[in-house]
Structures are given as C-alpha cells and as structure tokens.
Design a protein around this ligand. Structure first.
Ligand SMILES: [Zn+2]
Length: 432
C-alpha cells in the first residue's frame, strides 16, 4: 500500500531528472562523467575485515581507479562522492551522480559473511528481484540508513512492495542493459586477474535506486575471509582491483564512444550497424499454460518481459531491437539465464492482425464481478469482462498492431496494473 504516494514521488523525481538531463540522448555530445562512490565512511565503517575495514579499502581502491581514468582520459570527468574518511548519506551519493549528469555510477564496496570461507567478487546492478542469496548483502549495505538522521527519506520505499519495486525497475530499465554491460566487464577483468568471481547479480540497493544513469555496485571481495581480506588490504591487491576496474571502464567507454557515433583515435572507422528496416526482434524464451508473475522464479531473474496470451498458452518474450548485433546479444543473454531453447522471433512493424483478430490488454482477474467504470479499474474505460470458470477476466482496449498493443500495455501498467499482459482476441472472444 501507499503506492500512489510512492508513484507520485518517484514520477516527480523522475520528471525532474528527465527534464534536467534530457533523458538518454542529451548526454551524447558532452564529456563523459563517471561518479565513483567509495561506500560507507566516517562513523560508518562498513564491513569489518581481517586486516583492514571496508570504508578504508574501498576509498583507497576508488582513488586509484579514478586516478587511472584521470591520467588516461582527457574527455572523462571523474567525480568522487567522497575523497576522504567522511560520512555521507546514501541519498547524497545519488544526488551527486544526478546533479553531475553522470554517464556511469560505480559504487565500490567489500563483502563480509559470517561464514569465513565465503570469498569472491560480485557486481550488482539495479534489479527487480531480490534473490534469496542476495538478501544478506542488501540488508548490510542498506543498514547504514539506521545511522542516518533522515530516515523519513527512505521509509517511503518498501522493498517488499512488489509494485513499488517494479516501478523502480521501469524507471531504470533504460539503463539496465548498460549497467549489466559494465558489471560483466568488471567481473571479467577480476577473473583475468586470477581472482574468484561470483558473477553479475541483480539487487536493490538504496544507493543505486535513485540514480538516473547506468549504475553498478561492486563488491571487491570478502574481507571476512582470511585470504581475500589480506589480499585486499595490500597495495598489490588494491592496485590490481583498481587496474581491473580501469580495464573494464576502458572497454565500456570505447563501446560508448562507438555507440555515440564518435570514433576513438586508435581505432579504424567501422561501419555503423544499420537496423533492419521494418522489423523488430524479440527473444521468445518460454511457452507455458501458466501465467507467471514478474517475480516468479520460473523467469530466472529476467526482467521487463512481455507476456502474450495466444489461445490457452502464454508466450514469454524478452527484449526488443532492430539491430542484428543486439538481437544476438539478447539471445545469448537469455540462454545464459538458463533458457537453452530460447529463439529469436521476428516481428514486422505495424503488421495488422487479420480478419476480426485484435490485441487486448488483460489487466485484472478476479472472482468478483465489477461493473463498468468500477473504481477498481483505475479509470480505464470500455472494459471487456469475460468469465471463465469462477474467474472474471477484465480486458482493456482493442488494437490491430503489436506496437499499438505495447502502447496500450504501457498505458494500463501506468494505471497501476503492473502484471497486465497482451492477449490475442478474435472479435470479442479469446482466440482459440
Ligand atoms: Zn559496503
């Protein structure tokens, strides 16, 4: 509950960010800004290490990382949320990123666990789902809130409120792919160093939550572990971590420049990939008689999926692109997520359904029979009700093209029906 208030707050915040940053495209011609955020600081020491504590290790690694960028990239502005041992509230960290129109936000932390044999780095991106094993990390990194004076600021966000979580996810979805890209580069580099990696994970961290930029939270390793804690307290360990972060940044920046249409000096001009005109690609990764909620474990952590009901089955799609390279990346990503049989589906733009077929949005299923314009409909008009067994299903809109159906879906989701799906109809009946 309290969703409306959360929505308003977030949407207002988002609009302000949108207007001031001009969304994604306005970042293009300006210099690249990276915000490096050493976790904790001051009275908040973070995790206790076997040799050194988290706040000190992460500050040292952050400064080394930032210096490498400053030295090698004249077109990159490095901003630190802290450069000394000071306490900073979480929202200030996000504000620093947003006010400086960051292109990338990297929060640096160290792990600890009661089980001292746990070791390995991991990098988190903003995610929809809190996977069970990530709960502990999330609790610890967010526990700083208890030390802060201004608890009011955070209490409005309830990570257990799935709708609020999804809303955050929608806000951040534009940056999720880029965040995952950088996170993967970081973990790849750590592995090249011969260190152990636990991979890229999704989680919710307050420090990432408010950022309007691709954002990751890097856990350098477990300082509660004798071996790793010692390693991360040495100059060698810190420098290797900083070097790896820098290598990841170099690759990310190169790709960013290419995407931006700018050519990097040491690189030959490449042909810019052209989108396939009139087509869009999606990855179909699942067909099931069951409709899973976005947090269902059957979806293996894939977010921003689209569900289309056709007859008595649900088809699950991921991604949407007209670029062949992106299409292949999406497919690989979905396969890596465990859907070995996933495949690419090609949609023809603005292709109309034949005959009396049409797309509608199913937004509600209930054993109650609501009347037209019931308050429950969130203002949606011309709602179609179909009874199946004891359940009434409620549908909105009627469109001929998939693109229009997607617009209707977004509209309905914007009215608070986050689990809405697209359904193919034949006239006013479900397609058999
Ligand atoms: Zn931390």
């Amino acid at each position: 509950m309290g969703l409306t208030r959360i929505c308003k707050q977030i949407l207002t915040g988002f609009l302000i960010l949108t207007l001031s940053c001009g969304y994604l495209t306005a970042q293009k011609k300006s210099n690249f800004v990276i915000v490096i955020d050493p976790g904790h600081g001051g009275k908040d020491i973070g995790a206790r290490g076997v040799v050194e504590n988290e706040k000190d290790i992460v500050l040292d690694v952050s400064l080394r990382f930032g210096q490498l960028i400053e030295k090698n990239f004249k077109d990159v502005k490095v901003i630190y949320t802290r450069k000394s041992d000071v306490f900073l509230e979480l929202w200030e960290r996000a504000r620093i990123a947003n006010h400086n129109h960051a292109n990338l936000f990297v929060s640096i932390h160290c792990n600890s666990a009661a089980n001292r044999s746990a070791y390995g780095s991991e990098t988190f991106v903003m995610g929809l789902r809190r996977m069970e094993e990530n709960m502990e990390v999330s609790k610890r990194e967010n526990s700083v809130i208890l030390l802060e004076g201004d608890q009011e600021r955070y209490q409005k966000f309830d990570p257990n409120d799935e709708e609020a979580v999804i809303l955050f996810e929608i806000m951040h979805s534009a940056y999720l792919d880029q965040s995952i890209k950088f996170a993967s580069l970081v973990e790849d580099e750590f592995v090249k160093n011969g260190r152990s990696s636990r991979g890229v994970k999704q989680n919710i961290f307050h420090v990432l939550r408010e950022n309007a930029s691709p954002s990751v939270l890097v856990e350098l390793g477990f300082i509660s572990n004798q071996d790793e804690g010692t390693y991360l307290s040495t100059n060698k360990g810190k420098q290797e971590r900083a070097d790896a972060l820098f290598e990841a940044f170099k690759k990310y920046k190169k790709e960013y420049d290419e995407m931006d249409g700018r050519i990097v000096e040491d690189d030959k001009p490449k042909e810019v990939e052209k989108p396939v005109m009139g087509k869009s690609f999606k990855i179909q990764f699942l067909v099931s008689k069951n409709k899973y909620s976005p947090s269902a474990k059957q979806l293996n952590g894939l977010t921003n999926i689209e569900i289309v009901q056709v007859g008595d089955v649900y088809k699950y799609y991921y991604g949407n692109t007209s670029l062949p390279s992106e299409r292949d990346e999406l497919l690989n990503y979905v396969i890596r997520k465990g859907f070995k049989d996933a495949f690419v589906v090609e949609f023809t733009s603005n292709e109309k359904l034949t005959g009396s077929q049409n797309y509608r949005i199913q937004f509600l299923a209930s054993n109650k029979r609501y009347r037209d314009r019931d308050g429950k409909f969130g203002g949606l008009k011309n709602v179609l009700r179909i009874k199946s067994g004891k359940t009434h299903f409620y549908y909105y809109g009627s469109t001929k093209t998939y693109e229009d159906a997607q617009k209707e879906l977004k509209f309905v989701q914007g009215r608070g029906f986050k689990n809405a799906i697209i359904v193919i109809f034949d006239g006013k009946k479900l397609l058999e």
